[in-house]
Ligand binder design. Structure first.
Ligand SMILES: Nc1nc2c(c(=O)[nH]1)N[C@H]1C(S)=C(S)[C@@H](COP(=O)(O)O)O[C@H]1N2
Ligand SMILES: [Mo]
Length: 386
């Protein structure tokens, strides 16, 4: 049986915004934001580093665009919610003595440590995520690895925190916001319930505004109401550019040929050969891990048709390598499902025009429901893996 503890804390903690009734409700909102952020972040990690048991579907074509949009926007929402939650509970963080009587020592000390880890790790995630979105890396570690590892720390600390706080949180959530804390119930005077509700409404409202102000990076019909969207649909040929041809030091040789290799075979094609093959046009998004996304009409040769035409085996994973020599995203692997998907194109054209050098001329990979980092530009080689 879980004993229902008394809610009240010392009198000076019962200011409306410091009420446990408020803290518990903010915790719930924050839990939802963190849960969405963690789940979609795990998905993005597994898509880029798939374990053997993991398979990511190719439909709907916008699936990754949606999950990564949710990842970045739930992270944006979590910033004001976390600040409000800290404001709400901060008097309790400085309770003296820091550790209570021996009999409660273990639980209390654990709670303190878990809260410290939770706050530091959560701030680390939100701040590094924001910097990544701004494509700024003022630190020495590799962002994806650190962001992924610390996410598990947050998840563990949240679980511990929820477990420790469950009795208090249940009691607080079971007490209507309109009610009065026991400490104040006896005392006549102002009704704090409206102040508590105002604080909650403001916190959740600010989170909502932060989401609306940035959601235009990925939701086309919100572009006009998102002054803080860090990317728009604009850009050369209607799509933003992350790495330019100059930054990647791409020089397409005049005798460029696409090389197709498979166990026991090899074939090469010129750009004219490629252009002479049957083409297909598909509307597909570039969905960057940074949260921005935009759709375009891509025209090119389906990879599966190209392999068939070359006499290579299909239905296997395909390694796609770029002309780029030293970039982190110079190559990617199409899992079997994407390699056999007729919408996986080696694109030569975007929105009816020849690909510009920055979008991947002479040809680039574009496939459904995939992170932007895996949509390799300036393709030079396709290798059918075993
Ligand atoms: N060879 C190569 N391809 C690449 C990249 C790169 O750095 N090198 N960047 C990727 C990233 S992070 C994204 S989001 C998309 C963006 O494509 P775009 O610049 O045409 O919009 O290209 C991808 N393809
Ligand atoms: Mo990206």
């Amino acid at each position: 049986m879980i004993r229902r503890p008394r809610l009240p804390v010392p009198e000076d903690f019962t200011a409306p915004s410091h009420s446990p009734l408020v803290a518990a409700r903010l915790g719930l909102w924050l839990g939802v934001a963190f849960g969405l952020c963690f789940g979609t972040g795990l998905l993005s990690h597994y898509i880029q580093h798939p374990p053997g048991w993991f398979a990511w579907p190719t439909r709907p074509v916008n699936l990754y665009r949606v999950t990564q949009g949710v990842h970045v926007l739930s992270g944006v929402a979590a910033i004001p919610l976390l600040l409000a939650k800290l404001w709400s509970v901060y008097p309790r963080l400085f309770v003296r003595p820091p550790v209570r009587q021996p009999i409660r020592l273990s639980v209390h000390a654990l709670e303190r440590v878990s809260v410290l880890v939770l706050v530091c790790a959560a701030f680390f995630e939100l701040v590094t995520g924001l910097f990544n979105v701004a494509q700024s890396y003022p630190w020495g570690f590799f962002f994806p690895t650190a962001h992924y590892a610390v996410a598990w720390l947050v998840a563990g600390a949240v679980l511990l925190h929820v477990a420790v706080k469950l009795p208090v949180a249940r009691a607080a959530l079971g007490t209507p916001l309109r009610g009065r804390t026991a400490a104040r119930a006896a005392a006549p005077g102002r009704d704090e319930s409206s102040e508590r509700r105002a604080f909650l409404r403001t916190s959740v409202g600010v989170a909502g505004i932060a989401v609306l102000a940035t959601a235009g990076v990925t939701v086309p019909w919100l572009r006009r109401v998102s002054p803080l969207a860090w990317r728009s649909a604009s850009g050369p040929q209607g799509i933003p550019i992350n790495r330019t041809a100059a930054a990647a030091r791409i020089a397409v040789p005049p005798d460029w040929r696409l090389e197709i290799v498979w166990p026991g075979g090899r074939h090469t094609l010129s750009l004219a050969d490629l252009a002479a093959l049957p083409h297909r046009t598909a509307e597909l998004p570039i969905a960057c891990v940074e949260g921005w996304s935009a759709s375009a009409h891509w025209t090119g040769v389906p990879v599966v048709e190209l392999l068939r035409w070359a006499g290579a085996p299909t239905g296997r994973p395909v390694r796609v390598t770029s002309l780029e020599t030293d970039g982190l995203y110079a190559a990617s692997t199409l899992p079997a499902a994407h390699a056999r998907d007729p919408l996986t194109l080696l694109a030569l054209r975007i929105n009816g025009e020849q690909l510009s050098p920055d979008h991947g001329y002479p040809c680039r990979l574009i496939a459904a429901s995939r992170p932007g980092v895996l949509q390799t530009k300036w393709v030079a080689r396709l290798e059918v893996l075993r």
